[in-house]
Design a binder for this molecule. Structure first.
Ligand SMILES: Nc1ncnc2c1ncn2[C@@H]1O[C@H](COP(=O)(O)OP(=O)(O)OP(=O)(O)O)[C@@H](O)[C@H]1O
Ligand SMILES: NC(=O)c1ccc[n+]([C@@H]2O[C@H](COP(=O)(O)O)[C@@H](O)[C@H]2O)c1
Length: 178
């Protein structure tokens, strides 16, 4: 029998505990999960501070920390393209075959629906805290961001001087405004 394989997409700037929960929950529904790291080519901006490779490292270590069976998922970088109408083809060219997309992003949902690939909008866990925007905001302000991300992600962020990077990007943005 064919395996039921799903695709979950997120930018994961950075990986936080909401991502881990959604991956754990989705793995109850599918045999295998393809996890696409979105906007993989983007880095060094305030909304996308980390490179595709750094985010792959964070997610690999975090899924290992949570003892998620590595034979059940694939982690892939997905670069953006200029043309939305061609994006689903671009994604399916790069990923193992899947039968359903898991995403809360309305544009992602719309593009897959138009390509006759069904989607599920997964529930959000503790969204006031588990959000990339909130984690980055706290990183900028040195405000207790550590509890929002897995320990292994804290370790990767230390290795790559991630907090320093975000704070430097912010200073640059402020100095360009003045
Ligand atoms: N708190 C959460 N609980 C469950 N799933 C989440 C949570 N936050 C994000 N996700 C999942 O991750 C996907 C988006 O990933 P993304 O990295 O953009 O997260 P984000 O926290 O919304 O980031 P940002 O605030 O930077 O836009 C969503 O489609 C959703 O399925
Ligand atoms: N044309 C495109 O390249 C295109 C279209 C729709 C979504 N995407 C990407 O899908 C990802 C969706 O993830 P988020 O839910 O984290 O925003 C983003 O990286 C977004 O840029 C890309």
């Amino acid at each position: 029998m064919n395996e039921k394989r799903g695709l979950l997409i997120g930018r994961m700037q950075p990986v936080h505990k909401g991502h881990i929960s959604v991956i754990q929950e989705t793995l109850k529904e599918v045999d295998e999960l393809v996890i696409g790291i979105g906007s993989a080519e983007k880095s060094h901006t305030l909304s996308n501070p980390f490179t595709g490779g750094e985010r792959i490292l964070m997610l690999t270590k975090a899924l290992r920390e949570y003892n998620i069976d590595p034979s059940r998922y694939y982690i892939l970088p997905l670069e953006d393209i200029a043309c939305n109408s061609l994006w689903v083809g671009h994604v399916t060219m790069l990923t193992p075959p899947f039968c359903r997309v898991y995403s809360g992003n309305s544009l992602v949902q719309q593009l897959f629906q138009e390509a006759n690939i069904p989607y599920t909008q997964p529930p959000l866990f503790n969204r006031t805290e588990y959000s990339g925007t909130e984690v980055r905001r706290r990183m900028l302000n040195n405000d207790n961001w550590e509890k929002l991300v897995p320990n292994s992600v804290i370790k990767v962020l230390k290795e790559i001087n991630g907090i320093q990077r975000i704070q430097k990007l912010n200073q640059k943005e402020i100095s360009e405004l003045v």
